[in-house]
Each structure stands twice: as C-alpha cells, then as structure tokens.
Design a binder for this molecule. Structure first.
Ligand code: ADP
Length: 472
C-alpha cells in the first residue's frame, strides 16, 4: 500500500503514524481541508478531524483498539476544515503492517443532506396519510349514526310498523336496506382499519353461536342473492357451535365472506355455506361457483386495498379486515380457488378455536326432566350442570358462571321461591336469567315471578320448541 503514491488516489488520502499524527497527505486532501500547504496538515492529530462534540477523549484509544481487531474502520462524522467550515465526511481508516494508518476522507454532505431531505419528505407524507386517514375516519364516524338509524327505520318499515306497504314500496325498501347495509359495512371497514393501524382494535368477548351467526348473515343477504337469481344455501348443522369471541366482529366476518361470494358470482350462480366442528376448531366455509381468483392473486387477496380487476365495485379492505379479526381470535383464514373438486369458484374457510357452550344450570330432582332438558340443551350446544339438592345454589355454582338457570316448575312452591331468592340475593348470580319450566302456574304467581325477572314457560310439547326456548 505504501508503495502507491498518495496522489494516485482520487480521494483525500493521508498516512498517519501509530499515534494518528499525519505524516503525509495528497493534493486532494489539501483541497478538501482547505489547507494552504502540505506542512499545515503534517503533525495534526487525524482523530481530531472528526468534529462531533459527542466524541469523547477515549476516541483515539477506541480507534486504536478497533484497528487492531478489524482490518479497517468506516466513520461518518462532521469534520472541520482549516478555515473553520464544517462538512460531513466518510472516513475509512486502514491499519498498515508497519503500524501506521492509511486514511481516506470523502465529502458526503450532499448525500447526507439528500437523505435528510428524503426523511423530511417521508415524514410529511406520513403526516399527510395520517391526516387523510383521520379525515376519512371522522367522516365515517359522522356517517355511521345516521346510517344506523336509517337501517333501523327501514327494518321497521319492512316489518310493517308503519302499516302494510304496497308491493312496489316493499321492493324499494328492500333495495334500500341492501344499500344502507353495504354503506354501513364500508364505513365500519374504514373505522376498523383505523383501529387496526393504531393497534387499538379490541375484542368484546363472549359466547358466540356460529351457526346462528352465519344464518343471520345469510338471511340479511338473501335479498341480494335473490336479486341475482342465485341459490344461497346454508347446510343444516347438527348442533350449535360456540366460540369465545366478539359477536359484532365475527358477524362482520360472516357477512363479508358471504357477500363477496354473492358479489363475485354471476347471475344464476350458487353459494353454499356451512359451519362444522372438528378437533376443537369451528370451520365456517363459503363456496361459490363464481369468477374465481387467479392463482397469482390468491396470496394477495387478503392484503389491504388489493383487488383483482375492477369489474365489480369494492374497496379491497373486506378480506384484510376479515383476516385481522380472525387472527385476533386465534384463528386462520384460507382462500382456495377453484373450489377443491370443482373447476371454478372460490372457497373461503375461516377456522376458529371452539369453546364449550354457555352453562345451563338445571335445578331439579326429577330424572326424566333432567334427561330431557339435558338432551335438548346439548343439541343446541349448551353445557349443562345439575343441582339436585338446591340446598345452597350459590355454593353449587362456585367455580362456574351459569348463563341461565332452568328450574323444574313441578318443585314445591316454597322450594321454588327459596331457590329464586337464593339466586337473586347473591351479588354474582343476581343478574343471571332464570327460566321456570312448569306444567302450569296461576297468573298471580306468574306476575310475582315476573317482578323478580323470572321467566315462566309451559313445558313445550315439541322437542324443537324446547330447543328454541333454550336457544333464546
Ligand atoms: P372488495 O371485495 O371490496 O374488493 P375484498 O378484500 O373483500 O375487497 O376482496 C379482495 C379481492 O378478492 C376482491 O376485489 C376480489 O377480486 C377477490 N375476491 C374476494 N372474494 C372473492 C370471491 N368469492 N370470488 C372471487 N373473487 C373474490
């Protein structure tokens, strides 16, 4: 290295002794440091070029140690010229075999300044995106309340609360319901997205009956499917399947994947939905025989703003929000196209960990009552515990949180009254709904129970009626 004349280097180059004193330099170094002559630089401490105030007195020692450990060191520092002006330099130091140091110095002020400007521009861009997002979510907030009340008003009109509607008006109301629901979904998507970006999306968890939830979404979307003469089929589920989750958010998941299936399936097509349970996982599956998704787009469809083509209106947010909600619940989203075993369409599968259904606490000593009730409760996915003694009901509930009490109405009247008082008198259990299934009861007794928020019902004749009663 020392064989090469320093002036052969295009950059400012120096040779320093082991104490970092400059012993030689080239003409480019004089130019860069604005030194009147080579002599002005000779003997200067090369480590004093870096002008950063935060460089400590230990810097030369540190540098010496680094240079014995590694072949070269690169520093980027402010360097003072001999006329006092300062620039940003990239300094590369090499240790030579004889202990001396070879250093090059390059003015990188323009690059650093460019980077600085780029960072400022980036920050301005981020702020503009934040402002825009803030504006969009403020507008969405403003829209949500009137849209929600429009949705209720339309539902009431459709239900005939303002009197019977002529067929044409009924058709308009149905159409408006679909449009308002669509707008509400978009508004909610935007608000959810904002919360996801802020990391403030929280779940209000409780028991969520998935079979019912999917059924409700399918009902709400049936008008849309009918308008496209599609068949929308929900496979019957043998029993209710529960997950511990946020009902509203999971409703959005069901609604979104079903409405996508309808949206991306042409007139006359078919959409099939089902909920099943396997190995502790609930699977919500929606198949359609629509336009499908090209293989190269499949990995990207659940990314924000990604859309395949633009023949149908959309924001490209739905599936990304579905994925985030599902993942927040510890579940997964899988998208396949074509549907396995078919040659077209799309299958969307949401898998979520299941949980035991809400607990029904049955108070009865009658085995026939217990057997029939337990069977019906299990059919609808509820868990059951039985208290046959009812001596201390709150004690029997320790370690459990019943979602509802069902009392055998054929128990002696005094006993029934005592059980109700035990429940209503216990701070933890007091808010829990109570149902008395009775072969018959005097209206005055019934009214008394109603005052204690106890529902009294006749034992239903049909098993389905019993299941419906327990489901509610
Ligand atoms: P949007 O439907 O609002 O565009 P999504 O995030 O819900 O946004 O979906 C992203 C993209 O995935 C859609 O633009 C569409 O191209 C595709 N996609 C989603 N579901 C289906 C489906 N069932 N069939 C075909 N393509 C679909």
């Amino acid at each position: 290295m020392t064989e090469i004349p320093l002036d052969a280097f295009g950059e400012a180059a120096f040779i320093a002794d082991a104490d970092f004193r400059v012993v030689d330099c080239n003409a480019r170094a004089l130019e860069l440091l604005r030194a009147p002559s080579r002599e002005a630089l000779l003997g200067l401490d090369a480590t004093s070029f870096p002008n950063d105030h935060d460089l400590s007195a230990e810097f030369p020692t540190y540098l010496r140690e680094r240079l014995t450990a590694v072949p070269f060191v690169v520093l980027e520092n402010h360097v003072a010229r001999l006329d006092g002006s300062v620039f940003v330099a990239e300094c590369v130091l090499h240790r030579l075999d004889d202990g001396r140091v070879f250093a090059t110095l390059r003015d990188v002020s323009a690059r650093v300044e460019g980077l600085h400007r780029l960072e400022e521009a980036n920050e301005r861009l981020r702020a503009a995106i934040r402002d825009r997002m803030e504006f969009v979510s403020n507008v969405s907030h403003e829209l949500r309340t009137p849209l929600t009340s429009m949705s209720y008003a339309l539902a009431n009109m459709a239900r005939g609360l303002c009197g019977p509607l002529p067929d044409k008006a009924q058709a308009y109301v149905s159409r408006l319901q679909v449009d308002v629901k669509r707008l509400l979904t978009t508004v909610n998507d935007i608000l959810d997205l904002r919360q996801m970006e802020n990391g403030t999306l929280t779940l209000r968890k409780g028991f969520v009956p998935l079979v019912r939830l999917l059924g409700e979404s399918a009902d709400a979307l049936s008008i849309q499917a009918q308008a496209k003469r599609q068949t929308l089929t929900l496979a019957p589920a043998p029993k209710e399947i529960y997950v511990n989750g946020d009902r509203h958010k999971l409703e959005r998941v069901c609604f979104n994947i079903l409405s996508n299936a309808i949206k991306y399936t042409p007139e006359g097509g078919a959409v099939n939905a089902a909920v099943s349970e396997e190995g502790g996982l609930a699977h919500i599956r929606v198949d359609d025989n629509g336009i499908g998704i090209p293989p190269e787009a499949l990995p990207r469809v659940s990314q924000r703003y990604f859309r395949v083509g633009d023949q149908v209106a959309g924001t490209g947010l739905g599936l990304s929000i579905v994925r985030e909600i599902v993942e927040l619940h510890g579940g997964t989203l899988a998208i396949e196209s074509p549907v396995p075993g078919a040659d077209c369409g799309t299958r969307v599968t949401v898998s979520l960990p299941t949980c035991p259904g809400p607990l029904l606490l049955v108070v009865s000593g009658d085995e026939a009552f217990i057997g029939e009730l337990s069977g019906a409760a299990q059919d609808v996915g509820l868990s059951v515990r039985v208290d046959r003694e009812a001596i201390d009901v709150p004690k029997g509930c320790e370690g459990h949180t019943p979602a509802r009490f069902v009392l055998d109405g054929s128990l002696p009247e005094s006993c029934l009254g005592d059980i109700v008082c035990q429940i209503r008198g216990d701070a933890r259990l007091a808010p829990t709904p109570i149902l008395i299934l009775s072969p018959g009861m005097e209206p005055s007794r019934r009214a008394e129970y109603a005052r204690m928020r106890v529902e009294v019902s006749l034992w239903p004749q049909q098993p389905e009626a019993l299941r419906a009663l327990l489901r509610d």
